[in-house]
Design a protein around this ligand. Structure first.
Ligand code: ZN
Length: 205
């Protein structure tokens, strides 16, 4: 088992037809490895360092940085973590060395017995979801596969947030809900996956 803490709840809101405010959910996983998932915008480094200090974690104590995809609000502070292996979507690297992994064929990337990285394309064609075994069950840190819990009943929310392949995203949303007890969406608070949610998502495929 490991512990998962959502350091910041993501959000997104439209200001007018030309501007929106958005930042991503940022999560910390503590266990055999210390892992940070989605590092917000480049202007949030002080916030992240302060939040980590609350768990007695310094940036150099992080073993893996995972960005669920390569958009600017999910990668902004990856360079705080220079002792860590970096996973950005389907790309796995440490310094200039790249580790090849067949995410394209649907293969999970295994970090330890409690943490796996699952390819879940849709929002971008190389999105990943982090599956974490915790005391409260499996938590899926899903990035923008889910925008927030409201996007289940109102799919225009995730579709208008941008989807490079909506059909694939629908399929992966249903698949992740099938295996997860909780979901941390990219731009909203963590929510519990109910049978009703699973049924609704499988009907949308
Ligand atoms: Zn996002």
């Amino acid at each position: 088992m490991c512990d998962l803490f959502v350091l910041f709840n993501g959000y997104s809101k439209l200001c007018n037809d030309k501007e929106m405010l958005a930042n991503c959910s940022c999560s910390l996983i503590l266990g055999d490895h210390n892992i940070i998932v989605d590092t917000m915008t480049a202007w949030d480094s002080d916030k992240i360092i302060t939040a980590l200090a609350g768990y007695n974690i310094l940036p150099d104590m992080i073993h893996y940085v995972i960005s669920t995809h390569g958009h600017s609000d999910h990668i902004g502070n990856n360079n705080l973590f220079l002792k860590a292996k970096h996973i950005v979507g389907y790309s796995v690297s440490y310094k200039e060395k790249y580790f090849l992994h067949p995410f394209e064929s649907g293969e999970k990337y295994y970090i330890n017995e409690n943490v796996e990285v699952l390819p879940t394309p849709g929002h971008t064609l190389s999105d990943v979801t982090v599956l974490v075994k915790t005391k409260e069950g499996t938590v899926a840190v899903a990035g923008d596969l889910f925008e927030n819990s409201e996007d289940i009943e109102n799919p225009t929310i995730w579709m208008s947030a941008g989807s490079e392949n909506p059909a694939l995203q629908r399929k992966n949303r249903a698949a992740v809900a099938e295996i997860a007890h909780w979901i941390v969406p990219g731009h909203g608070p963590k929510f519990k996956v109910t049978e009703e949610i699973r049924n609704s998502l499988s009907k949308q495929i």
